[in-house]
Design a protein around this ligand. Structure first.
Ligand SMILES: Cc1cc2nc3c(=O)[nH]c(=O)nc-3n(C[C@H](O)[C@H](O)[C@H](O)COP(=O)(O)OP(=O)(O)OC[C@H]3O[C@@H](n4cnc5c(N)ncnc54)[C@H](O)[C@@H]3O)c2cc1C
Ligand code: SF4
Length: 334
């Protein structure tokens, strides 16, 4: 049985207390929300914080506010189950609720939060192993070692962005609010991620993710414009597994049904949610029909270069990019 290492556990009651505790704890501390990513990682000694600051008592992180017309704000501590079942989110932002609903199993969705999901550690077959397993191969660059076993001459880690929520947040053009002892800042979700398996987030470790801001909905009447979005996930076991490919797409339409703008984002093929502007360019100004959808799927296929460090062969995963982009755009067009 894998055991947690010893650590100091703190339970702040307010956001400002959590930020102060994190500042006081110094570099060797982590926030924990549902713990469904952090605690398994600690058991495998991939992360070894001496102080863990729990966020589940912070009421500031628990609410869903706003409206589809103005845009909605989801507290980082909202569980994936609550998000998937939220009636307004389900009606106006179905890609967000669907991505939450297909994370892992009901038990993990009851504990796991959207904040932890957006900040999920990157994954790799050589890293998501017990300490003894990793020690037997002399570890790797992401934790305790020197070399990358996936690309031994590479100066960087290629661990894979594996969150279902992250590609959706980027495709929708969502924002996040971060808070630390230095104050609060709001950045785009796209700006939160970095294409590096070790430094996969641009936020500093002491910044607490407070909220996830959805843009005005494409279904709401008014000046927001009409847009639709979707998320398609590839995994081995439909009831359980992490994505080995995720396709999130948002398409904005003109009155005459031609495409005004589009964002197509791939998860599971790089260390960050990878936007493919070339695929979006093929449909802008045109109607979504069989030929434009096929052209976009082809354009997404070419830059997608999955590495051999997760489930399935990389050539098949690459081939599936074309299939899943096509399915996502066909759903939006329907
Ligand atoms: C068997 C299994 C299957 C899984 N399958 C999937 C899957 O299919 N898809 C998927 O996306 N995920 C999957 N996960 C990962 C995980 O369960 C979810 O991503 C979940 O949403 C993580 O949320 P959490 O609240 O439990 O995160 P935690 O474990 O609490 O935290 C994750 C990370 O985020 C940090 N963090 C959390 N909240 C904040 C905050 N508000 N501010 C700053 N830092 C914060 C923590 O310090 C930690 O580094 C799986 C996990 C397991 C164990
Ligand atoms: S990609 Fe390389 S460095 Fe990164 S976790 Fe995998 S083996 Fe380690």
């Amino acid at each position: 049985m894998l055991r947690l290492p010893r650590f100091t556990y703190l339970e702040p009651r307010t956001l400002s207390d959590a930020i102060r505790m994190r500042a006081d704890a110094g570099d060797d501390a982590s926030f924990v929300a549902g713990g469904t990513d952090l605690y398994p990682n600690m058991k495998r000694r991939q992360q070894t914080p001496h102080t863990v600051i729990a966020l589940h008592h912070l009421r500031e992180l628990q609410s869903v506010t706003g409206s589809p017309r103005e845009g909605m704000t989801i507290g980082a501590g909202v569980t994936l189950t609550a998000l998937a079942r939220h009636p307004v989110i389900a009606e106006h932002y179905p890609a967000v609720s669907h991505a939450a609903a297909v994370v892992s199993t009901p038990l993990l969705r009851n504990m796991g939060t959207i904040g932890g999901n957006l900040l999920l550690d990157t994954r790799c077959n050589y890293y998501d192993q017990t300490y003894e397993w990793r020690k037997a191969i002399d570890f790797c660059m992401k934790k305790d070692g020197e070399i990358c076993w996936v690309a031994p001459s590479s100066p960087r880690c290629w661990a894979v962005q594996s969150s279902d929520g992250a590609p959706v947040a980027v495709a929708l053009g969502a924002d996040v609010t971060l808070a630390s002892a230095r104050g609060e800042r709001r950045i785009s979700a796209a700006a939160l991620y970095n294409n590096d398996g070790i430094r996969y987030l641009t936020k500093s470790p002491d910044e607490l993710l407070v909220a996830y801001h959805l843009p005005p909905a494409g279904t709401a009447t008014g000046a927001n414009g009409r847009w639709r979005a979707t998320y398609h996930k590839l995994r081995r076991r439909g009831a359980f597994d992490f994505p080995v490919l995720g396709v999130a797409a948002r398409v904005d339409f003109h009155e005459d049904d031609t495409v005004k703008s589009a964002r197509i984002v791939l998860g599971g093929v790089a260390s960050y949610p990878m936007e493919i502007p070339a695929a979006a360019d093929t449909i802008v100004g045109r109607r979504l029909d069989a030929s434009t959808v096929a052209a976009a799927a082809d354009a997404a296929y070419r830059p997608a270069k999955p590495m051999d460090n997760t489930d399935f062969t990389l050539s098949w995963r690459k081939e599936m990019v074309r299939v899943y982009v096509q399915r996502a755009l066909e759903e939006i067009a329907a």
